[in-house]
Design a protein around this ligand. Structure first.
Ligand code: ACO
Length: 378
């Protein structure tokens, strides 16, 4: 056996063969099943893109209608899940609530049959349908309100915003939100996707797979960064303060949230699309001074760190979009999860179709033949 060099963070080590998505980090290209993200953002919907990611092909009109219909039918959650969520502490983070509720779905849909295409489809539909309902339900219940029932006459994104705000969104907001979900749906072998594949490789149920991926997404170096971007922009407070803030941060060797990426060494193509969406929202619903701060910060970071390949990532502008929509900051990462469920499901399906359990090795750095010291002598 050849011994290979240990790479912290497994940088550059392939962890799977996958045909789900592709990134060229030097050219700033992202494709889902070969289709450029810019084209999907413009022409597709989140559910159509999910179908593409999971089944590998664009659906026909009839296939898409059937898929949308099934998802609409499965949006409601069981009363017992709602009652369980009611017992969650309202001060808890919505990502933790989502992780617990996603795992709990496995209790209610426990018949596991990974060789049966109908089981796979049922799990895909259930997870795509119920996760937004659970995120919205926790948001209302932690405010002391009853969850709102899904509305069958509304599309996927409009219905989520309706359940969240108890008010039907205007069509532009719903469309922009849907594009945001499309942009966040999949992104090759990132930490949460790797986590989903490792869990999937044990042939456990897909609800456990999603729960492990949600837990991984929540950290501030991954999906949690979009929350921290807003806190950082609020801390900067004014365009004049951008450069002193940046200098201070860099002097302390602190990271600038929403910048940098293991793969992209240019501006993340999703950040470019999101920036355009922020501008559209501001044109229709009024300007936000934090956008000016963000643009100035992007300029300043490019001057100081551009040569290192540090540019805005997907999290930099997404928070500004959600903030303008009135969404609370701690729901930004659960919304990322709603979108990424599509990618995790695509990887789950791909993993179990040609499975081998993940069992990497390690470089042992500990002792050998150490003696046991009795407790009274320590
Ligand atoms: N601000 C300042 N410097 C940075 C940043 C940043 N945001 N990101 C990377 N760098 C610097 C590092 O200090 C390091 O410099 P050095 O070589 O002089 O020591 C160099 O660039 C390489 O950085 P690493 O942290 O080693 O890169 P890695 O690939 O391990 O990490 C990560 C990538 C985690 C995204 C990192 O850029 C980061 O922490 N960014 C801020 C958090 C963030 O925005 N996360 C969201 C990522 S997108 C997503 O998960 C959806």
């Amino acid at each position: 056996m050849t011994l290979c060099e240990y790479k912290p963070g497994l940088e550059g080590i392939p962890a799977a063969q996958s045909s789900v998505s592709y990134v060229d980090g030097q050219l700033g290209i992202l494709e889902y099943r070969g289709i450029r993200i810019e084209e999907l953002a413009e022409k597709s919907t989140f559910l159509e893109t999910s179908y593409l990611l999971i089944w590998g092909v664009l659906p026909t009109k009839e296939e898409l209608e059937a898929f949308e219909h099934e998802i609409r039918y499965h949006r409601r959650i069981k009363y017992r899940i709602r009652d369980m969520m009611k017992c969650f502490p309202e001060s808890g983070h919505p990502m933790d609530a989502l992780q617990a509720s996603a795992a709990a779905l496995g209790l209610f849909y426990s018949r596991r049959d990974l060789h049966n295409p109908a089981y796979i489809r049922g799990a895909v539909v259930r997870l795509l349908a119920k996760i937004p309902t659970m995120v919205a339900a926790f948001q209302l219940m932690r405010k002391g309100n009853d969850p709102v029932q899904p509305r069958d006459d509304l599309g996927y994104s409009a219905n989520f915003l309706y359940m969240l705000n108890e008010q039907e969104p205007d069509p532009l907001t719903a469309r922009i939100f849907d594009i945001c979900l499309t942009l966040h749906a999949e992104h090759t072998m990132n930490a949460s996707t790797f986590s989903s594949r490792v869990t999937a490789s044990t042939l456990t149920d897909p609800y456990a797979v999603m729960a492990s991926a949600v837990g991984t997404l929540g950290g501030p170096l991954h999906g949690g960064a979009n929350e921290e971007v807003i806190s950082m922009l609020e801390e900067i407070g004014s365009v004049e303060n951008v450069r002193p803030f940046l200098d201070d941060r860099l002097e302390r060797k602190a990271k600038i949230m929403g910048f940098g990426h293991r793969v992209y060494k240019v501006k993340d193509p999703r950040a470019t699309i999101l920036q355009y969406l922020v501008q559209q929202l501001f044109e229709s619903f009024g300007h936000d001074k934090y956008y000016d701060i963000a643009v100035e910060l992007e300029k300043a970071v490019e001057e100081k760190l551009g040569q290192k390949g540090i540019y805005p990532n997907v999290d930099f502008y997404s928070g500004l979009v959600y903030r303008k929509m009135g969404i609370p900051i701690d729901l930004f990462t659960p919304i990322f999860a709603i979108a990424r469920v599509a990618g995790w499901l695509a990887h789950w399906k791909e993993q179990i179709e040609e499975n081998r359990i993940y069992r990497p090795t390690q470089v042992y750095t500990g002792l050998h033949e150490a003696s046991y010291i009795p407790i009274e002598q320590r």
